[in-house]
Ligand binder design. Structure first.
Ligand SMILES: C[S@@+](CC[C@H](N)C(=O)[O-])C[C@H]1O[C@@H](n2cnc3c(N)ncnc32)[C@H](O)[C@@H]1O
Length: 280
């Protein structure tokens, strides 16, 4: 018998795998993603001793706990601290001061809806801590969610090394030294930043538990994986979690133009929630 390394994922097995990815995550993958999927699934199939993709598909339908494992394998979790400089320029120089001016007595509620391993959330936290130092009385809370339990676990540990901290370390050393503490071979996030942050599992295709709640949602570099009608579904859910005229931030290679969504364009990467879900 051939080992899983020698077997190609093709034909109906490939179609079934791609359909399952779509059903579970909303991620649309064409057959051109065959090599990627194969590379992600092979080590798991080998570890389980299943010998073929069809055996693994059977295993998935008989072992519900394997579904989360499958989701963890097929999602792409690339991220880094201070990814896309202009987002952080906007957040620190425009969003935070303006929000605080209008809402001096409120707690700013932030949601990162595809937070991956936490780098984006801790970047938000560092910006908020810096703002709080200059504006005593400012308070905030951040919720980071992702569909992958593996990355949520990494985010909760708040320990980083390698590529995802490189940009932060080289471009803003004073801030890096202030908030990243040496830890083993790498660094861990300062406990003060962790205090206002929590993480959880959430699929963007589900309606958020908190309605009409968040002032700003970061939804960056995840819409690229979805087809337009599915982006519309996700954004309708996001809108329900946001307060009326709350802010949505998307990724650099994403755009909402030509989609039917509750969001109004404000400036590059920044949108405003035009729907009021109060009482819904
Ligand atoms: C490329 S990362 C983006 C991380 C971060 N927002 C950034 O911009 O650096 C995309 C994340 O979206 C998550 N994701 C994919 N489909 C999802 C879904 N249906 N619901 C929630 N998260 C999802 C993946 O698990 C992955 O961690």
């Amino acid at each position: 018998m051939n080992s899983i390394e020698q077997l190609e994922l093709e034909g109906t097995s490939l179609e079934k795998v791609l359909l399952l990815v779509y059903k579970l995550t909303g991620i649309s993958m064409g057959v051109n993603k065959k090599t990627l999927i194969q590379g992600r699934l092979r080590p798991r199939i080998r570890k389980l001793g299943l010998g073929s993709y069809d055996n693994y598909l059977d295993y998935l339908s008989n072992n519900k706990e394997e579904i989360q494992e499958f989701i963890n394998l097929v999602t792409t979790n690339e991220t880094s601290f201070f990814r896309t400089q202009r987002v952080w320029e906007y957040f620190t120089k425009d969003f935070l001061p303006n929000w605080w001016l209008v809402n001096p007595k409120k707690t700013l509620k932030i949601w990162s809806g595809a937070s991956s391993s936490g780098e984006e959330v801790y970047t938000i936290g560092i910006c908020c801590e810096e703002f709080r130092n200059k504006n005593p009385g400012f308070s905030y809370q951040i919720y980071g969610t992702d569909i992958s339990s593996d990355v949520v676990a990494v985010a909760e540990k708040a320990e980083y090394a390698g590529r995802s901290i490189e940009l932060f370390k080289t471009t803003n050393r004073p801030l890096f030294d202030k908030y990243m503490q040496p830890h083993g071979e790498g660094f861990k996030v300062h406990p003060d930043v962790k205090l206002k942050i929590r993480f959880g599992l959430h699929n963007l295709f589900s309606i958020p538990r908190e309605r009409n709640f968040y002032d700003i949602v970061f939804l960056r570099n995840v819409l690229i994986y979805f087809e337009p009608p599915d982006i519309e579904k996700v954004l309708s859910n996001i809108s329900k979690g946001l307060v009326f005229s709350g802010t949505l931030i998307i990724g650099e290679s994403e755009s909402l133009s030509s989609l039917k969504t509750p969001f109004k364009y404000k400036q590059a990467l920044v949108y405003e929630n035009g729907e009021n879900h109060h009482g819904s």
